[in-house]
Design a protein around this ligand. Structure first.
Ligand code: PMP
Ligand code: GLN
Length: 425
């Protein structure tokens, strides 16, 4: 191939992607899919109705045409109304909000709009994998700091913590941004106020931006509370907060997201957006706006979709934890989100089979589980940098935002697997 036909330098080394491999594997083998995070149940009926009405064009034929580039007026209004209440300050719908193609695109606009060649970006491990390539594509340098279990076998993600001294040691005069993800994917850790304050104090001390990925903001269990980084004292001016309709309304296929923050941080993101996508689908934004309006009217009531979804997920979490434990997959109970990490070190399977391929233990085990047992999952070492992959490779990530019938199928396979292991002894 001619040298001129080669990939741009900015993407060299970024071709491997955990989703490309494991979503592909699930399509090929059709396992009970507990891998990529998406619900397999129906979207909220009121949201579907809103979309049907919108696209039927009865009320407004302009719903099939371009809308305002930085966000459809009805949607930015709804986002501003909701988050102004939650953050405790008035969010300007024209200058402080950007609507994007999923949270992914918000992340992309944030990295591309704010990170320069040589800027350092602190990323807390385990992290949603795209933070690393996006930092690099922008010319930045990722600097990693792991959440570590307080002792080897912790029961809850509450016991995964940052070492404040280690975190402080990562800040230099080149640090431009820190990426926070609460509730975290893949762990499901919900950062406590004291933990957020510790991070916020370091951001303020070193004049660093916080990119706060809060896509699972409504999915918190037990006595956990989702605290928005932007609501902490003096953090608004340095925080970009990112949300996703996919997670908020169980419609991942809509790929609709948003960012809110001070105009001086949103404006550079808008510059990337206006020169790449310019505007995003109108009907989805209109329907999501109607969805938000409905939830705003019942925000603190038990029938609010956000509360109903969290309550439903809590029982699915309990159920999955029980059946995983039975086979010796030791779960770390998540405080939020819809993933569960399970410790697989007690599982003894032959991973020398050529069918399981190579790479870290978790990659092989997930391929084995998919091909031999018919359960799809995600290998968590994908969420660690190359030097720290050993921290993730004895775990597997399972998704529990699934129909009970899907969880039944997974449970049955797991029970049979357990029996076959007992019989083999
Ligand atoms: N951030 C996190 C932490 C995620 O888990 C995901 C996956 N949905 C995204 C961002 C991307 O979200 P979206 O599908 O809205 O692009
Ligand atoms: N956030 C989802 C997950 O972690 C989907 C990821 C993706 O689509 N790349 O499974």
């Amino acid at each position: 191939m001619s040298k001129k036909h080669g990939p741009a330098k900015r993407i060299q080394g970024l071709d491997k992607n955990v989703w490309v491999e494991f979503v592909g594997l699930a399509l090929e083998y059709k396992p009970v899919n507990l891998g990529q995070g998406f619900p397999d149940f129906a979207a909220p009926p009121n949201l579907v109705d809103a979309l049907v009405k919108t696209i039927s064009g009865e009320e407004n034929k302009m719903m099939h045409q371009y809308t305002r580039g930085f966000g459809h007026p009805r949607l930015v209004k709804a986002i501003s109304t909701l988050y102004s209440q939650l953050i405790g300050r008035e969010i300007n719908q024209n200058t402080e909000i950007l609507c994007t193609v999923g949270a992914y695109d918000s992340l992309f606009c944030a990295f591309m709009g704010l990170i320069d060649e040589g800027d350092e970006v602190i990323i807390i491990e385990p992290y949603f994998d795209c933070y690393e390539p996006m930092t690099k594509m922008a010319g930045g340098v990722p600097v990693f700091v792991p959440l570590k279990p307080k002792h080897p076998r912790v029961p809850s993600t509450r016991d995964f913590v940052l070492d404040p001294e280690e975190l402080a040691s990562k800040f230099t005069d080149k640090t431009k941004a820190l990426v926070l993800n609460t509730p975290n994917n893949p762990l499901g850790k919900v950062f406590k106020r004291s933990e957020l304050e510790m991070i916020a104090d370091l951001c303020k001390k070193h004049d660093v931006i916080c990119i706060s990925d809060e896509v699972y903001e409504w999915l918190v269990f037990d006595d956990n509370e989702h605290i928005r980084m932007a609501s902490l004292p003096d953090m608004w001016d340095r925080t970009i907060t990112i949300g996703s309709a996919g997670k908020t309304f169980s419609v991942t296929g809509w790929k609709l997201g948003w960012s809110y923050g001070p105009a001086h941080l949103i404006r550079p993101m808008m510059t990337i957006h206006q020169n790449s996508l310019y505007t995003i689908p109108t009907p989805l934004q209109e329907a999501a706006a109607i969805g938000f309006e409905t939830e705003l009217a019942r925000l603190n009531q038990p029938d609010c979709y956000f509360k109903e979804l969290a309550a439903m997920l809590k029982s699915k979490r309990e159920r999955m934890a029980k059946f995983l434990s039975e086979v010796g997959l030791v779960p770390i109970i998540p405080e939020g989100g819809y993933f569960m990490m399970a410790d697989t070190s007690g599982i003894d399977v032959d991973l020398n089979d050529p069918e399981v391929g190579d790479g870290n233990r978790d990659y092989k085990l997930v391929r084995w589980l998919t091909k031999k047992k018919g359960i799809g999952a995600i290998p968590p070492s994908a969420f660690y940098n190359p030097d720290h992959k050993h921290l993730g490779e004895n775990y597997i990530r399972f998704c529990f935002i699934k129909e009970d019938s899907t969880l039944d199928k997974a449970e049955k396979i797991i029970r049979e697997w357990k029996e076959s292991m007992t019989n083999a002894k």
